[in-house]
Design a protein around this ligand. Structure first.
Ligand SMILES: Nc1ncnc2c1ncn2[C@@H]1O[C@H](COP(=O)(O)OP(=O)(O)OP(=O)(O)O)[C@@H](O)[C@H]1O
Length: 205
């Protein structure tokens, strides 16, 4: 690995009432690796990604970014540092597919939005609004948005769950390429193809 971790998750735990959403977990993510988070349904994969990205607060433990991420709370990291593919996808409904990517990359000068759209088989849909596209197309756009600003850390929740085999491979290609250019990429997935493309697997539960 190149130096130290980019993110350290230490003893993070989450309960909702009497439900254990996430049993205590610790992990480190390094630049240049694609890591797959596996585990049975309900084991806390989405919860861990939400906590790692700063959208949920753990009941215990901490999430610590390291350079090149700025030393600010994860929820305050901009797209050029943290790219996310939430399970809910959450594109901006009023922007076209292309503009969703361009908006994420608005502070970075050299974003290759057209290249990402092509790599994700979205060029023909660039001018459509998300509501005029399928769930799988929206999911690929969310992957493109997460990568458009060249993020150092990418968190993706089941990014191939709505894809056919060919488009799933495209999604994994761009995530793999992001890791190969030095990003740290963590994906939650049950997809054996995704697991096969990862450098290592972290299993919950
Ligand atoms: N907001 C919430 N309120 C109550 N329970 C929740 C909430 N969010 C998640 N849980 C529970 O926490 C546990 C972990 O959920 P989570 O979605 O993180 O699992 P997962 O491993 O991602 O599952 P899947 O593979 O099915 O997507 C589950 O038992 C779930 O029902």
């Amino acid at each position: 690995m190149n130096g130290g971790p980019i993110l350290t998750v230490s003893g993070v735990r989450k309960d909702y009432g009497r439900t254990t959403a996430l049993a205590p977990v610790s992990l480190e993510l390094y630049p240049g690796e694609l890591v797959v988070l596996t585990g049975p349904s309900g084991s806390g994969k989405s919860t861990l990604l939400m906590i790692a990205g700063g959208w949920e607060t753990p009941d215990d433990g901490e999430v610590k970014p390291h350079p090149p991420l700025p030393d600010v709370r994860m929820a305050e990291q901009p797209w050029e540092h943290l790219g996310v593919v939430p399970q809910s996808i959450s594109l901006l409904d009023e922007l076209t597919i292309e503009d969703n990517l361009a908006f994420a990359a608005r502070r970075t000068g050299d974003a290759d939005v057209a290249g990402l759209l092509a790599a994700l088989d979205l060029t023909h849909l660039a001018g459509r609004l998300p509501g005029e596209t399928s769930r799988g197309e929206q999911q690929r756009a969310a992957v493109g948005r997460a990568l458009a600003a060249g993020a150092s850390l990418v968190l993706a929740d089941e990014p191939t769950s709505h894809q056919d085999r060919r488009r799933g491979a495209l999604v994994l290609d761009v995530l793999r390429a992001a890791a190969d250019r030095g990003a740290s990429v963590l994906i939650a997935s049950h997809d054996p193809v995704a697991i096969g493309r990862a450098d290592r697997e972290i299993t919950l539960g």
